[in-house]
Design a protein around this ligand. Structure first.
Ligand SMILES: Nc1ncnc2c1ncn2[C@@H]1O[C@H](COP(=O)(O)OP(=O)(O)O)[C@@H](O)[C@H]1O
Ligand SMILES: Cc1ncc(COP(=O)(O)OP(=O)(O)O)c(N)n1
Length: 270
């Protein structure tokens, strides 16, 4: 099975293209990639960004799509409106499932999407997506209001689904709660929650990239959206629960853990 990630490179290997390709490999799908930007990054932060031109992003994506039977595509850091538009031009002619992780700001505070690109992300890319996986701050930017209650989460999902998406997962990593609970809204299906223990760790660099890449891998294998999302939650939970403890700052998750610790993870779905 072949997948594609359209995202930025993280020289530190914990997020972006590197996290996506590691996740694809661990979940036994073949990963191709389209690089939107290089970041000089490590566990202590983002030290520089060098974007790719929109034309060259398009050239990479064309090369991949012309040759490979890609079964699912994900997007991560897209950086600019020009890059988003270049991708949309090609993706609007395909029916490949598209998972959009609307990456905006790294946990350290660096901006990975120019402010004026939010409109292009929302109005041009999201209508093509099958699944979108915002964290709470991203959902707030996309909807334009604060998300504090269960009712706010449901309204945000409703507003995002109305853009044409099939599924929205509002991730709870940023909530100040005892558990890490994500809420899944799928058109025509009763919403459900996925709950795991919240791991007390600072090594959560790349959790969002890893989660969305795992959804992409599982969907490429032909699993239903529900099954893909639940398996992805297991994958990321194990990756957080068994950290590698590398680097001097906020370390990466452990992409090996899913195989090394198989069966040692409960996700409560309700
Ligand atoms: N400390 C943690 N313990 C357990 N799960 C976590 C923790 N932090 C994040 N997660 C989970 O990791 C996934 C990615 O969420 P999140 O960290 O919110 O994304 P992002 O990296 O986009 O901010 C979600 O399933 C979330 O619930
Ligand atoms: C190149 C690149 N892409 C995405 C991110 C953000 O990754 P995320 O999974 O949201 O994790 P944090 O960086 O917020 O820990 C990134 N940092 N770099």
């Amino acid at each position: 099975m072949i997948t594609c990630t359209i995202a930025g490179s993280d020289s530190g290997g914990g997020a972006g293209i590197q996290a996506d390709l590691k996740t694809f490999q661990e979940l036994r799908v073949f990963g191709t990639s389209v690089i939107t930007a290089l970041t000089a990054q490590n566990t202590e932060g983002v030290h520089g960004i060098f974007p790719t031109t929109a034309d060259f992003v398009q050239a990479q994506l064309k090369a991949v799509l012309q040759d490979f039977d890609v079964k699912a595509i994900k997007t991560g850091m897209l950086f600019s409106a020009e890059i988003i538009e270049a991708i949309v031009t090609l993706l609007k002619n395909t029916d490949i499932p598209l998972i959009v992780d609307p990456v905006m700001i790294a946990k350290g505070g660096a901006s990975l999407l120019e402010q004026q690109a939010t409109t292009a992300l929302k109005e041009k890319l999201l209508p093509l997506a099958t699944v979108c996986t915002p964290n709470i701050p991203e959902a707030e930017i996309l909807t334009g209001y604060k998300i504090q209650t269960e009712k706010d989460i449901a309204s945000a999902a409703h507003d995002l689904l109305s853009l044409g998406l099939k599924c929205v997962v509002i991730k709870g990593g940023h909530l100040n709660s005892k558990h890490a609970t994500d809420t899944v809204f799928i058109r025509g299906v009763q919403p459900f929650k996925m709950k795991t223990e919240r791991v007390d760790t600072k090594h959560t660099h790349g959790t969002g990239c890893t989660f969305s890449a795992a959804i992409t891998a599982e969907m490429a294998k032909g699993r239903s959206i529900e099954a893909a999302i639940i398996e992805a939650k297991k994958y990321v939970q194990l990756a957080i629960r068994h950290p590698l403890n590398i680097g001097h700052g906020f370390g990466p998750t452990n992409h090996f853990a899913y195989h090394e610790q198989r069966g040692m993870c409960d996700v409560h779905v309700f």
